[in-house]
Design a protein around this ligand. Structure first.
Ligand code: PLP
Length: 472
């Protein structure tokens, strides 16, 4: 059964591309023609083309419609050969680390920091709500709050999770100082130093820092364009090694923006279940989907407390609001004790702020607008990169979140590339910091959580020209 009306025409186009009937560069039928032929509304046809573009199958040209995209090959699949199943120490090569990288690059530099920019933070809403809370609660905000977090906030977060199918009860939740603290707790209670953990490859460097600080060893499992994590690879890794935790960001993985398919979520859970390995699931980008509905979590499949899911509001509201949560499954008692030792309670002001925002429709309203803007910007950037960069480069079209992942040809001098980008004000995060291996030295991450204007698209075009003319 078709899920969306537009699939009556997109499924035909997809099939024709797959069978080679439609080839790269071929024109696709106009919106008007599809409307007439299938009796669809303009917005349905438009959504269909958006879907094809998100799948990397179509590309648009201003005022001249759509055509089959060039180079639908997936960058992530090309990295498979370079990763092996040997556990390695969690040590960054050449001492590249998050802290040294951050010192050289301002958080505000363009395309760099994966946080909502000032323009996308709902500043008025947050500041007004904070003032209201200070007036209402006054001195009560100066006391310790319960170590696990306020009852009302945990209840609201539990209710929100139920809306997308993950039934977490409020008693299973711990409020944390952001997602990274939740991740630290989850990892620390499921492993000992020197243990092996399976992680996604590439993986965001802030999570790699936590893994390194706990002195763990890692096996990097490639993330694929189709469906997310390579489960055959994971299966082999679990068979051959004593893996103590599987760390995943299924919903809009950072840095690729890939959404793990439902099938892969099931497969990952089955593998973990078979070997009794806890899954640590990061759902920080789950609310930033570009399709019609929010994806579910792996936690949703689990009745045995094997999945430890966490998230925060750093990516959806503001990174300065230090407030996250962890649902640690059957590891609750250990998690509760570690949480207490890391800081008795999370800021009462932040807890009350989130309680107020989640209690009204204001958070959802903000999310709706934010998602629309991000989706538009994702398409603009992917299109521009595809149009302007050398044909041998590949960019994955994200399904949500706000990062893009590009691989450049191996002939490019990457240091020269970053130096030239910095001169034009573009600071991409280098691929090398997303792995303990050298698999991503020719990749980089582009963040689009700041407002993209013509000048930024021009910068991309200039960088593309430079790549074509000078850096080869
Ligand atoms: C995937 C992912 N998880 C966690 C974090 C950190 O989140 P928080 O600021 O809530 O600790 C980040 C951002 O750095 C991230 O990209």
């Amino acid at each position: 059964m078709k899920k969306y009306k537009y699939e009556v025409f997109t499924s035909k186009i997809e099939e024709n591309i797959k069978n080679g009937i439609l080839k790269a560069g071929d024109r696709l039928p106009s919106i008007r023609r599809i409307k007439q032929e299938y009796g669809l509304s303009t917005s349905s046809v438009q959504s269909g083309f958006d879907d094809l573009m998100f799948k990397g199958l179509a590309t648009s040209f201003p005022r001249s419609g759509y055509c089959v995209a060039v180079g639908t090959k997936n960058v992530n699949d090309e990295t498979l050969a370079t990763l092996n199943l040997t556990p390695r120490n969690a040590v960054f090569r050449d001492n590249i680390s998050l802290t040294s990288y951050r010192k050289q690059h301002a958080e505000t530099a363009f395309f760099n920091a994966a946080t909502p920019s000032d323009l996308f933070v709902p500043q008025k809403l947050v500041l007004r709500t904070m003032q209201q809370i200070i007036r209402e609660k006054s001195a009560a905000l100066l006391r310790y709050y319960p170590s696990n977090g306020s009852d009302e906030l945990r209840e609201l977060i539990a209710r929100r999770s139920a809306q997308h199918g993950a039934a977490i009860s409020m008693d299973e939740l711990l409020i944390t100082d952001g997602a990274l603290q939740a991740f630290y707790i989850a990892l620390a209670i499921t492993t000992e130093p020197n243990d092996i953990v399976a992680i996604e490859s590439p993986c965001v460097f802030s999570m790699l820092e936590v893994i390194a600080s706990l002195r763990l060893r890692t096996i990097e499992i490639p993330v694929r364009g189709e469906g997310g994590l390579d489960t055959e690879y994971l299966k082999n890794a679990c068979r051959k090694n004593n893996i103590k935790a599987i760390v995943v960001t299924p919903n809009f993985h950072n840095p690729t923006g890939i959404l793990m398919s439902g099938e892969t979520k099931h497969a990952v859970y089955e593998i973990a279940h078979f070997h009794h390995i806890p899954i640590i699931e990061n759902d920080i980008y789950g609310d930033l989907y570009f399709s019609h509905s929010r994806p579910t979590t792996i936690r949703n499949l689990d009745n045995e407390g094997l999945v430890l899911t966490f998230s925060s509001f750093a990516k959806t509201i503001a990174p300065g609001i230090r407030l996250g949560w962890l649902a640690p499954g059957k590891f609750f008692e250990k998690a509760e004790r570690l949480k207490f030792s890391l800081g008795r309670s999370v800021s009462p002001l932040n807890q009350e702020l989130l309680t107020k925002l989640l209690n009204t429709s204001s958070y959802d309203r903000h999310l709706r607008i934010f998602r629309q803007q991000l989706k538009k910007q994702a398409l603009q950037l992917v299109e521009q990169i595809n149009r302007c960069f050398p044909a041998e480069s590949h960019t994955y079209t994200p399904a949500g979140g706000y990062s893009l992942w590009t691989r450049l040809p191996a002939t490019i001098d990457m240091q020269l590339f970053y130096d030239n980008c910095a001169k034009s004000g573009a600071y991409f995060a280098p691929g090398a910091i997303f792995s303990f291996t050298d698999a991503y030295d020719h990749c980089f991450r582009t963040v689009f959580s700041q407002r993209i204007a013509d000048i930024h698209l021009e910068t991309i075009a200039n960088i593309g020209n430079l790549l074509k003319k000078e850096l080869y």
